[in-house]
Write a protein that binds this ligand. Structure first.
Ligand code: FAD
Ligand code: UDP
Length: 386
């Protein structure tokens, strides 16, 4: 990170930067890299004291710690995979979480391993027959998460591994959540326990912060700086503003507040080499307050004598809490559409990322979205395609 070279906008009274980018997370850092490589001058602001947004990692006892929860990179998109590999090497970690329910461990995602642990079945046709007997049969599309889960996997799996976890995680009844959330989880009748179905997967060597340091190489970054501390002043510094914070906050909450899911992370160093034997263990019982425990060293096959674990707890949302997940229920979606329309009508501002687009994006999707936003803007600006 540094101050960049002279720009074509240095004339007095003209904006100093081509882009002022609010947020040093995945959207902001990707946009800044693409714009800088295309010869534009960027300023990146973040109110946090560090870069990398929710992907931020730090080293504790020689272990790379994912400060804001487990982050596993996965994509099937060739451009996105080669883009991130320009800056960092990825290890060959494959996510295979375990789910703890009623004192027993079950393999995730739902696969022949899970069906064997649950029902003792050894062949796909036996598992399919059980699920078929239990499945909710609808003559219409599932209207919510509960209906979707019951029609996909039946009652045993829903009651044991989904209902309590989902209710706890979202602090909502699964009947009040959209059906697509559960479709993120693969359902397989093979012994493949890879949580993702993408072609490429891994964790950056040295952690995500190393990736962001390279994405922001040569870009001026001001940390601990809230855009709203001087919004007119910061906006005037650039020709175009790229905003990756909360879109409802940007517009002064005038259409009502958008709700997000927020979390608390409780991180501890333990004097043991191996605490739970896996990077991610989900807690599916409603009575257990945390949703998952992650043991960071297993993301990088660490051999340190101690270990670092983080318990993740859902917390009640308030306006001042850290927003992590958009809640795309009908009322929030209705409000977001109003903000989105207003965003489209606002000249000189690009809204992007999980918070400004109010979408349950994974990291690779945010990179894809930033690329499209940059290409579209530079085309409109007489620039070039990547
Ligand atoms: P953010 O990372 O939120 O960055 C936005 C930045 O803007 C923040 O740093 C914020 O401080 C800054 N900002 C906001 N407002 C202002 C302001 N007014 N002034 C200055 N700065 C401001 N994705 C995966 O692909 N794989 C995973 O395994 C995965 N696991 C996840 C686990 C958890 C617990 C969470 C919460 C997310 C996970 N994700 C995962 C999603 C991933 O974190 C997001 O897709 C990605 O980080 C979003 O990037 P972003 O730039 O949109 O937002
Ligand atoms: N889910 C569940 N039990 C689990 C894991 C996931 O019921 O053990 C459901 C839950 O509703 C969750 C959704 O599947 O919101 C998507 O899970 P994912 O792991 O993708 O959630 P994330 O990692 O984004 O929090």
């Amino acid at each position: 990170m540094a101050t960049s070279s002279p720009s074509r906008h240095d004339a007095p009274g003209r904006p100093f930067y081509d882009y002022v980018i609010v947020g040093a997370g995945m959207f902001g850092a990707t946009f800044a890299r693409l714009a800088t490589d295309a010869g534009h001058r960027c300023l990146v602001l973040d109110r946090r004291p560090h870069i990398a947004g929710n992907c931020y990692t730090e080293t504790v006892e020689g272990i790379t710690v994912h400060r804001y929860g487990a982050h596993i990179f996965h994509t099937s998109d060739e451009w996105i995979w080669s883009f991130v590999n320009r800056y960092v090497r990825f290890n060959n970690f494959v996510n295979a979480p375990m789910a703890l329910a009623g004192g027993r461990l079950y393999s995730l995602p739902f696969s022949m391993l899970t069906f064997n642990q649950l029902w003792g079945v050894t062949r796909p046709d036996e598992a399919m027959a059980i699920i078929e007997r239990q499945r909710l049969k609808l003559d219409r599309e599932p209207a919510n998460l509960e209906e979707q889960a019951l029609s996909l996997v039946g009652t045993d799996i829903y009651r044991l591994l989904i209902e309590g976890y989902t209710r706890k995680q979202w602090m909502r009844d699964p009947r009040d959540l959209p059906a697509w959330i559960i479709k993120r989880l693969p359902l397989r009748f093979t012994f493949n326990n890879n949580y993702f179905a993408d072609r490429y997967q891994g964790i950056p060597d040295g952690g995500y912060t190393a990736l962001f340091e390279r994405l922001l190489d040569g870009v001026e970054v001001r940390l601990g700086t809230d855009f709203f501390g001087d919004r007119d002043g910061f906006a005037a510094l650039g020709r175009t503003l790229v905003f990756t914070g909360r879109i409802d906050e940007y517009f002064g909450y005038r259409h009502g507040e958008l709700e997000y899911r927020t979390l608390r992370f409780d991180t501890r160093v333990l004097d043991t080499a191996n605490f739970q034997g896996n990077a991610v263990v989900n807690h599916c019982d409603a009575a257990v307050p945390s949703t998952r425990t992650i043991e960071h060293k297993h993301f990088a096959f660490g051999q340190q004598p101690v270990t670092v674990v983080t318990d993740e707890f859902p917390e009640t949302w308030t306006r001042d809490a850290t927003p992590y997940y958009p809640i795309n229920d009908p009322e929030n979606t209705r409000r977001f559409r109003l903000y989105e329309a207003q965003g489209r009508a606002t000249e000189g501002v690009i809204f992007g990322g999980r918070l400004a687009e109010y979408r349950y994006y994974d990291m690779h999707q945010v990179i894809g979205s930033a690329r499209i936003a940059f290409e579209r803007h530079s085309r409109a600006d007489g620039g070039f395609d990547l």
